[in-house]
Design a binder for this molecule. Structure first.
Ligand code: ZN
Length: 223
């Protein structure tokens, strides 16, 4: 895989109409939407646009938050299907408006995460094994969904965090579990790919890179 091809893989946010990872909107707590406004053309077209982005991504997106498309609003799409190891997922997204966590297991589990909004940063995130969200759907109806994971509960909390202005590197306390993919090093890239499968390889990561990103510094160049 050429350096350019790898770079393109990490630049998919541009292709999908997502804001760049250094955008300030990603650090903000998103606005709650009043129930009367859910039916408004503005909110309905924002939701349509988010579904369109997921579809353009060959229906492989497991979640998307409105701040990632530049709208500081409490809307997230989250996969509600079950993920069965070894089987191709049949991703089914559901919109969650003003989601609240009504239950979260004490038991936690680690899982590999990456994000369109963190550039080449990935890492192992410890999160609750199960989580229940209550939210409005696009018709203004209240519903609840139980995510039994991983990966389901990780996906849900990752998206929920986005509307709080939190990205997954902030959920990682141990720096050795944060990873920066060096796209200039093909070997490293190969090991990173393997990591996605076996979660076993963790070269050191300079946390400062994430702080730079939060401060608005684009991370498109590599040391
Ligand atoms: Zn994300």
């Amino acid at each position: 895989m050429s350096e350019t091809a790898i770079r393109e893989e990490f630049d998919q946010h541009k292709e999908f109409g997502l804001v760049p990872p250094e955008s300030a909107v990603l650090n903000l707590e998103a606005e709650e939407i009043s129930v009367e406004d859910i039916a408004s053309p503005e909110i309905q077209s924002l939701i349509d646009g988010m579904y369109r982005i997921a579809e353009d991504n060959k229906n492989m997106m497991v979640g998307l938050a409105a701040p990632q498309v530049g709208e500081s609003k409490q809307i997230v799409l989250i996969a509600i299907n079950k993920f069965i190891p070894g089987e191709p997922p049949n991703i089914q997204l559901q919109e969650f408006i003003n989601p609240v966590i009504i239950d979260e297991s004490e038991e936690t589990v680690e899982m590999f995460e990456s994000c369109y909004s963190t550039d080449c940063i990935c890492g192992m995130v410890e999160r609750a094994k199960s989580i229940t969200l209550r939210a409005y759907n696009r018709y203004g109806e209240v519903f609840e969904h139980v995510f039994e994971g991983p990966p389901e509960a990780h996906f849900a909390k990752h998206e929920y965090d986005h509307i709080k202005g939190i990205r997954f590197p902030e959920r990682i306390i141990d720096d050795s579990k944060l990873h920066w993919v060096n796209i200039n090093d093909e070997e490293e890239m190969k090991r990173y790919k393997e990591t996605m499968a076996n979660q076993g390889y963790w070269p050191p990561f300079p946390r400062q890179k994430y702080r730079d990103l939060q401060a608005g510094v684009p991370l498109a160049t590599f040391a």
